[in-house]
Each structure stands twice: as structure tokens, then as C-alpha cells.
Design a protein around this ligand. Structure first.
Ligand code: NAP
Length: 261
């Protein structure tokens, strides 16, 4: 077993996953920056270039949190290469926006598939290694939106509230094995989050769009929110501090807006 601690981060192609992978690699962790697309462009090339320039112990590997095989292949590979996994950061996620009435069950299921079941899949895959080595830390990125809710985001909030509940429960369940569970609750963060946002495609009645004025108000709110958003490296700093603490808290609220709310 290597003595260097090993970290695995999902959704490392941009935003918080990208910055957290770099922060952990810069602070001594052998880091697997996982992402679903390894096209040589976008985030995979950018992070690999930074790692090369800074001589960081960072590898980019494929992991789609929606896909059982992709998750088990990635985790099995890490276990066979390093025989340990100390930190896993369940970060991959996106926002599905739309009034519940106008959101299809399939769209809501897809939102859960990534934001909730994706984290479950990765967590289930790493627990055996963490138990075997006598400890580890599971970091679940929820949100300010995992504590309070806004209109037209019900499916997103539901996934994040669900992940909060799961995290609280497994924190007790995994404690006897030395495994810690941490929840990161950021407010507005300037990442690709808004670019990657999906809108519900079903419109109940386009001529009588009943949610139009609410949508306009929420768009205004999002504009303001993105102006005040913090850099994703701020969240990475908090994650680094949490996973290197002897006695981490369960919840870390990140950003003034989240703290105020
Ligand atoms: N930005 C905010 O204000 C904010 C606030 C609170 C919480 N959060 C949460 O923070 C996390 C990171 O978001 P971010 O702000 O950094 O946004 P981001 O820049 O859009 O990053 C999201 C990451 O998730 C990845 N992803 C999506 N579906 C995936 C899948 N099936 N398998 C693997 N990776 C997948 C994306 O990969 P692709 O490049 O392939 O799409 C991307 O790397 C999310 O869970 C989000 O809900 C964000």
C-alpha cells in the first residue's frame, strides 16, 4: 500500500471539482480527477496541463456517475493501482430548472440519477476499500439549496435535501469503521453551473405560461447571484481544510450568501 493519501473527485472537468482536484494534489494527495468525458479538450486537457507544469501527482480518469460500470471500473482501477482511497468528493451535479407541473418524471429521474444516485454509486463503491484500510472521508457536495428552497428548482432541491439526509444517516453508520462524512453547502459559485443548467422541456400551455412572471423574477435573481458568486477555489479551500482536520464538522456552509441564508 502506498503511503501517499489518495483522493478521488467526481465532476472534475470544471468548477469546484476542477479546483478541488488541484487543491488536493497541491497539498500532497495523489489525486484522481475523474470526469465523464475524456476528449482531450476542455477540462481534461486543462487540468492535465496544469498538473504537468506544476509536477503534481494528479491523474485524469473517466468516471460517469450515472453509469454503474464506469464507476466500478474507475474505483477498481484506483484500488488496484494504489490499494487505498482516503478521500472521495462527490461533486458531480447539475441544476434542472422548471415548475414541477411542467417537468417530466423522466427529467426528474435524470436529475436524481446524477445528483443523488451518482453520489450513492460512488460511495457504495469506495466503502469496502475504506473499511479495509480502517478509515476514510466521504465529502458530499450538496448546496445552500440542500437546506432551503427556491421556486422552479424543486427537483434540484429534492436531490440535495436527499443527499443531506443520506449523509447524516451514513455518518453514524460508518463511524465505527473510522469513515467520516462531510457535507459541503456552497451558496453562489462562479463555475459552469449556469451554463450546464437544464430547463424542463414540457410546457403546459405556452399561450398562458402560468409561471412566466416567476421565471422572470428567478432569472433576475440568478443574474444577481452570479455577480456575487465566489470563485470555485474558495470552495476547494474549505474542502481541503475539512479533509485535513482531525475532527471535521458534518456541515460546511461556504460563501456569505449561504451563511446569511
Ligand atoms: N455553482 C453553484 O453556485 C453551486 C452552489 C451549490 C452547489 N453546487 C453544486 O456543486 C457541484 C459542482 O458544481 P459546479 O458549480 O462546479 O458546476 P459545474 O462547473 O457545472 O461542474 C459540474 C461538474 O459535474 C459534472 N457532471 C455532470 N454530470 C456528470 C456525470 N453524469 N458524471 C460525471 N460528472 C458529471 C460536469 O461534467 P461535464 O463537464 O461533463 O458536464 C462538471 O464537471 C454540483 O453538485 C452542484 O450542484 C453548485
Amino acid at each position: 500500500m502506498t503511503s501517499q493519501k489518495v483522493a478521488v473527485i467526481t465532476g472534475s472537468s470544471s468548477g469546484m471539482g476542477f479546483e478541488t482536484s488541484l487543491a488536493l494534489a497541491r497539498n500532497g494527495f495523489y489525486t484522481y480527477a475523474t470526469m465523464r468525458k475524456l476528449d482531450g479538450g476542455g477540462g481534461s486537457k486543462q487540468i492535465a496541463d496544469i498538473a504537468k507544469n506544476e509536477n503534481l501527482s494528479l491523474e485524469v480518469i473517466q468516471l460517469d456517475v450515472n453509469n454503474d460500470k464506469s464507476v466500478t471500473d474507475a474505483i477498481n482501477r484506483i484500488v488496484s493501482e494504489k490499494n487505498r482511497i482516503d478521500i472521495v468528493v462527490n461533486n458531480a451535479g447539475y441544476d434542472l430548472m422548471g415548475a414541477l407541473e411542467e417537468t417530466s418524471i423522466d427529467e426528474i429521474k435524470s436529475q436524481f440519477e446524477t445528483n443523488f444516485f451518482g453520489a450513492v454509486r460512488v460511495t457504495q463503491a469506495v466503502i469496502p476499500m475504506m473499511k479495509k484500510q480502517g478509515g476514510g472521508i466521504i465529502v458530499n457536495t450538496t448546496s445552500l439549496g440542500g437546506r432551503i428552497s427556491f421556486p422552479l428548482n424543486s427537483a434540484y432541491h429534492a436531490t440535495k435535501f436527499a443527499l443531506e439526509g443520506l449523509s447524516e444517516s451514513i455518518r453514524y453508520e460508518l463511524e465505527p469503521f473510522g469513515i467520516k462524512v462531510i457535507v459541503i453547502e456552497p451558496g453562489g459559485v462562479g463555475s459552469n453551473f449556469l451554463k450546464n443548467l437544464k430547463m424542463a422541456t414540457k410546457t403546459s400551455d405556452p399561450l398562458n405560461a402560468p409561471y412566466r412572471s416567476m421565471e422572470n423574477r428567478i432569472s433576475e435573481y440568478f443574474k444577481q447571484w452570479s455577480q456575487n458568486a465566489i470563485h470555485p477555489s474558495e470552495v476547494a479551500k474549505v474542502i481541503l481544510q475539512a479533509v485535513t482536520s482531525d475532527n471535521p464538522d458534518l456541515r460546511y456552509v461556504v460563501g456569505k450568501d449561504a451563511a446569511m441564508a
